[in-house]
Structure formats: C-alpha cells, structure tokens
Design a binder for this molecule. Sequence first.
Ligand code: 5GP
Ligand code: MN
Length: 338
Amino acid sequence: MNFEDINAVKELLSQPQKIVIIPHKNPDGDAIGSTLGLWFYFQSIGQEAHVIVPNDFPKFLKWMPGQAEILNFERHNTQAKEKLQEATLVFTLDFNHLGRTGQMEPFLEALQTPFVMIDHHQKPEDYAVVTYSDVTMSSTCEMIYNFIEILGGKETITPEMASCLYTGIMTDTGSFKYSSTTSRTHRIIAALIDSGANNTKIHNQVFDTNTPSRLHILGCALKNMVILQDYHTAYITLSQEELDTFGYKKGDTEGIVNYGLTLDGIQFAVIFIENKEEGIVKISFRSEGDFSVNEFARAHFQGGGHTNAAGGKSDVPLEATVRTFLEHLEDYKELLSK
Ligand code: 5GP
Ligand code: MN
C-alpha cells in the first residue's frame, strides 16, 4: 500500500462505519481466514462489521473462531442484502474481480458504497477506492497482517485473529512450501504463534479430518488420472455420477489437483470436476516453474488466478471439456517441454 492509500484507509476508519467484508465464491482457507481475521480486527477498534460469504464453505474450516457469525448470501439472503444495503464501507478480500462473487455480483455492482480491495491475484479490476494488490504475496492473510501492522494494530492481535491468519497462510502456501513463501512469511507465522495461534491444532483441524467420502473420491480421482508424459501434464476427471456414488460433500475435492505435480517430470496438473447442478465443469490448474496457469485459464477457461495456481470453468459437458483442453494443450507442447 502506498502512502496515499494508507491515509485514505486511516481517514475512512477514523469515522464509525458499517463494514461488510466479502471473500470469493467457494471460499477456501485464505478467503475465510482473511475475512475473519479482518473482522476481529475491526471489532477490536470498535467498528461494526459483518462477514458475508457468497456461498457455503467446507466443513474442515468450520472450527474457525468467528465462523458461526458469518452470513451466507444463499442461506441468509434477506439479512445479507440488508447488511449490504446498510453498509458504508465494503472490503473485498482474496479476489480480483466482482464476478468471483457469483450470485452476489449484480448486487455489489449496484452499490454506491466505497470498496477497499485486498488481494494477491493477478490483474485486479479497478472498482475500489483503495486497491491493496500485491501478486508477490503468499496469501491474502499475509496482506491482512501487513494491513493491521500498517494501521498500528500489530500488538492487538488476539489468539482468535492469529488463528484465522495462520490458517490462510498455511493453506495458500501448501503448508509453507510454495515459492511464494518468503522469510517474511515465516516471520509473520512466528509472530502469529506468539500471539496465540496453536499451529499443531490448526494443522490437525484442517488436514487430519478425512471422511470416507473424501478418501473414496481421492481414490477414484487418482485412478482416473491420465498422464501425458510428452506434454509434462497430468489431468484428472471426476464426473457427477462418481461424486454422487461416493457421497460427495463440499471440500472433498480440495487439494486433489496437486497430486499430478508430485510425479517426476510433470509440470502441469489439472482437475475437471463436473457440477450438474450449476451446469458447469469446474477446473483447477496447477504448475511448477514458469508455465503460467493464470494465462492458460484466462485464455481458454473463463478463469485466472496465479502463475502456479489458477481456476476456471467450462459450460460444455465433461468429455467435450477434456477434448477442448487437449486441443489447446497441443499449442503449449513446446512451452511445456522447456
Ligand atoms: P482453486 O483451483 O483452488 O479453486 O483456485 C486456485 C486459485 O485460482 C485461487 O487463488 C483461486 O482464487 C483462483 N481461481 C479459482 N477459480 C477461479 C476462477 O474461476 N476465476 C478466477 N479469476 N480465479 C479463480
Ligand atoms: Mn488466496
């Protein structure tokens, strides 16, 4: 954040505000961690704030401090709309364009309220009065820590806030191993532990809560994996029928895409997940090295994200989606062979 932005935020927060904090649709650990972390901070400085999620979030995050107070735009629609209408300030976290809020988008577009964006995805849209965007950041949670520090609130970080921010940094860095993890990330993590984040407990709550459906779906996904050695690519499909057979629940497919990259020589990993209810195939892309899945997702699958982790979707059936993917892949053969 530059000097002007910091002053603009300080000015906004010097008045009593009614704040709404919003993460992206299908919120992950970083989205929920950052919104709740900021929510606790606003409470500590006496600002009224509410977190509104576009839709539900996975069970493995439902232990997080403050999560029970979250309003769900789908489930608490009237109340959520009321809060948005009353809001004097809206914070959008962990996403770069309003389309990432799904059904909330038209509603947010219509608001006259000032927005503040805090995000680490590439190519942020220009809708906010203050845009704190930094694509080098490991996570939005790391940015929220910086934000609180800039506003002089570092000493006020409670165990609850620390647990929320720890969770998002942990999930977005693949437990501190992705290349976005810096020495500063580790220093912030250390500070969060000092402020009361129980690291062992958080890891257990997020990663050691497997269910039969999750493990069966993982088994099915690994069996379905196709390895294209010549393209340094591995992809996985999960049909709606397969998901139904194993009793799919939200969050069950989280992280499965990463298995492809653990294979020697594989630089590009993809998972296609059929969602009959929404009439789409949800796609996750991961890469190692310079191959930009952000650009691939943006160019071919209505998506985006980061250089090494991105998402997108397709409106045609699963088989046709995979065929289209393979056609596009041909054009990247040389790039992937580098
Ligand atoms: P995931 O594959 O875990 O859903 O997402 C990987 C990264 O890409 C995350 O940072 C996520 O926010 C972003 N992402 C996922 N889906 C989309 C999408 O449809 N559009 C855009 N712009 N980003 C996405
Ligand atoms: Mn994130």
